[in-house]
Every structure is written in C-alpha cells, then in structure tokens.
Design a protein. Structure first.
Length: 444
C-alpha cells in the first residue's frame, strides 16, 4: 500500500511538471492560444506553423489575405505546416537539400510563420528579425533547413520566418482580377501576404518577448527583392524600422518587375489563352495541382500597381520610401545569375538611399568559398548560412575559418537588428557606406 501511494504521488508530481512545461511555452495571440516546443536544453521556445492569415483557397484565391478565424483551446505549433504550393522541390546545381523546401507538406493553404525566441518572459522586448525566403517567387519556404532560427534566438533576437503565395497563385495579374478589386489592382498577392505577416508581428510578437517597434526585415534573392518592394510600399510603413537585402534588387530601372500593372495584365491574358482557359472563374475552380501545370512565360514577379508596390526609382527620387537603415550586399558568385552589373546596382541603391533619405547604409561583399565548391565558388545563396548561424545544418566539412566567419557575420546581423548599426565589441569595424569612399566590408 505504501509503495502504491509513493508511486501515485510521484505520478502526480510528474503530471504537474509536464503541465508546467507545456504552460511555460503556451502563448496567447490575437486568434487564440498556441503551444510550441522547447529546444533540447529548454532555452529556446519554438513555434512552427503559426497561421497569420486565413487559407487563401476557394473564393479567397487571388484575393488579399484575410484575418485568420479565432480558435478555441490550444493550437499545437510544433511541426512544419505547409509551404506554398510549388513544383516538386529537389536539389540542383550547387543548391543541396539544405537549401530546398521540404518535400512535404506543400499546399495552397500556406500562410504560416515560424517563431524562435529565447525570451523568458513577455516583456523583454527583444529585437525581431523577419526573414523572407528566396526562390524566384516560384519556390521556397520559411521551413528551408538553413533558415532554422534557433541559433539567432540564442544570440538575442526573436527570429521569424514566413511563407507567402508563389507563382501564378501569388503573382498573377489579369483584368478580371483587377475588376474584382476595389483598388482595381491585381498581381501582388505574395507581397500582400508578406505585409499581412508583418502586421501579425506588429500585433502579436510581444507575446513571444519581442519588441513590435524594433523589427528588421531581411531576405535573400527574391526575398531581397521583396524587401525592395516593402521599402517602397506605403502599406508596409511603420511595420519595420531596419532592412537587410542580400543578393537581389529591383531598384535598377525596375527591370525585374513586370513593369506596369497594364503590362502584367496582358501577360495574364496570354497565360490563360495559351492554357485554353476561358476566364478567371474557370481558373479559380481548378485544383491547385492543375494550376501548377500551366506554362508561365519567364518569371512572374511583383507588379508596379501604385497601391501595393510603387516604381522603385521614382519612389526614392521623391523621397517617399520607407526610410530605414539598410544592409546591402552581394556574393562574388552572383555574377553567374546577374552578370557583372549587380555591384553597380547595389551601389546605385545605396547612393539613392543616402541622397534621398536620412538613414545609413552598410554594404558587404561575400567572397568566401564554402568547402567543396571549386566549381561554383561563393555562389548565390552561399552567404545566408553564415549570417543566420546555421552552418551546423549544412552537410559540409567546415573548418574553424568557416565557424569564425559564421560567428562574425551573424553577430553583425544581430547587432544591426538591435540598433541599426552592425558594429559591436570584438568585431572588425564595419564603416557605413559613403558614395565617395565607397566602403564595403569583404567577407572572405
């Protein structure tokens, strides 16, 4: 009997501790309670697949994102939720599995974000870094392995990764879609998703110990181009106060943008005609897998609609951009994709920022070749595992030189997220860019 009572009491104690552990990382947000998981040592709380908007399916396909409906009880946010629907992701060229969207789950129901935080209480007001994935606006995900935010959380930021709609579902412009919209626009659904995610951060990140008034947006490739769009979008004003743009820009003559809304609508008309689809109503009821099979001429990208996204050069020349401190940079291997002009593009962007704004620019050049890359060198995307402190998720024979560079770059990024200045103790000085001296820090 005595042994039975001891066992019963021990079970009650264990049950209580387990419940306390769950409660410890249960968080109340605007739509309800979410529960995450703890890192192995319990120091980082991880919330995977938190919905920030309603599923953009059915009648909400090709509509601006709508608020998520509130739920009762506690929503478990411990596993990856769907990435945006895209062609089957698989490694290619220099981009190994670590750079690729997980094969499952993938769905049209994709508007989820992930949060990593080391805050022990809600009022810590840690700086927030929101990472926007690349992938040519047709692929990618916030759950790419090299975007894991645990290490950045340990360095003192609340790290957030987001999904947004891609391809035809994210960037189709068409006269019929514009006619449905009160602003008479279409085509920027993926950018509107990003803005919705930033609004969610503004409203909810304090529950995770983050400071909603100290938010840095950052992205690489198409994520960097997205940063560009957010910098010229009045809809994003006040949702962030610093920006990092890595290896991607729309600032130079808007070449990578589908020019005007009218031109983008004509592309949409041709896409439907070539696919023998009579109208948007027919397209809207097609299964998402069928939409993936529709041929797209080139790359669909953000549209200058003068509501969500404005012309880059014009916006800067009129000093109407969201004027915030910037980190801008590119990799030596970017020239394989963009040619030699990327350096001039970034210097031009920096010059516009300094001439038409009041905030500083810090510029970098990444020329470090990861181990085992003799053919591709410091390739497009090679830098972000260093600046996000995620080399341990990349299967390569890294040396102490790599780990030292990882520590340096990630510390610069964290310092910038905290203060708008990447410099800090025990780091080489990173001088702000000046159009005459053209100071550029080199990571080698």
């Amino acid at each position: 009997m005595r042994n039975y009572l001891i066992a019963f009491i021990c079970s009650l104690i264990l049950f209580s501790c387990t419940n306390n552990k769950v409660n410890y990382h249960k968080v109340k947000i605007s739509s309800g309670f979410v529960a995450g998981k703890l890192s192995d040592d319990g120091m980082v709380k991880i919330f995977m697949g938190v919905p920030f908007a309603a599923a953009p399916t059915g009648d909400l396909r090709w509509k601006a994102p709508k608020p998520i409906a509130a739920w009762e009880g506690v929503r478990q946010c411990v596993d990856n939720q769907p990435s945006a629907i895209q062609n089957s992701p698989r490694p290619f060229m220099m981009w190994s599995q670590e750079f690729i969207t997980p094969a499952e789950p993938i769905s049209e129901d994709c508007l989820y974000l992930n949060v990593w935080t080391s805050a022990k209480k809600a009022d810590e007001k840690l700086p927030v870094l929101v990472w926007i994935h690349g992938g040519g606006f047709s692929g990618g995900s916030g759950t790419v392995p090299l975007y894991n935010g645990e290490a950045m959380a340990r360095k003192g930021v609340v790290f957030v990764t987001i999904n947004y709609r891609l391809g035809l579902l994210g960037f189709l412009a068409h006269p019929s879609l514009s006619a449905e919209n009160t602003e008479e626009i279409s085509g920027n659904y993926g950018i509107l998703d990003q803005i919705a995610a930033l609004r969610w951060v503004k409203e909810n990140i304090s529950a995770f110990g983050g400071n909603p008034d100290n938010v840095t947006i950052a992205g690489q490739s198409a994520g960097s181009m997205s940063v560009n769009c957010l910098l010229v979008s009045p809809l994003a004003k006040g949702l962030f106060n610093k920006a990092i743009a890595q290896s991607g820009s729309l600032i130079s003559g808007d070449r990578a943008v589908s020019a005007t809304l009218q031109n983008a609508e004509q592309i949409g008309i041709k896409i439907l005609a070539d696919a023998n689809i009579p109208d948007i109503a027919t397209l809207r009821i097609l299964p998402a897998d069928s939409i993936l099979k529709i041929r797209i001429p080139g790359m669909l990208s953000p549209v200058v609609d003068n509501v969500v996204v404005f012309a880059m050069e014009k916006t800067y020349n009129e000093s109407k951009q969201n004027d915030v401190p910037l980190i801008l940079g590119w990799n030596s291997g970017d020239t394989l994709l963009f040619g030699q002009g990327i350096e001039n593009t970034y210097k031009h962007w920096a010059a516009l920022q300094l001439e038409k704004g009041k905030s500083p620019v810090y510029m970098y050049y990444f020329d470090h070749i990861p181990p085992g890359e003799p053919n591709f060198g410091a390739f497009h995307s090679a830098e972000f595992a260093y600046c996000l402190h995620t080399l341990k998720y990349w299967n390569k024979p890294f040396t102490q030189t790599d780990f030292d560079l990882e520590e340096t770059m990630s510390s610069y990024w964290v310092n910038f997220a905290k203060t708008g200045n990447p410099n800090g103790a025990d780091l080489p000085e990173w001088k702000a860019f000046d159009t005459e001296k053209q100071q550029i820090i080199k990571f080698r």
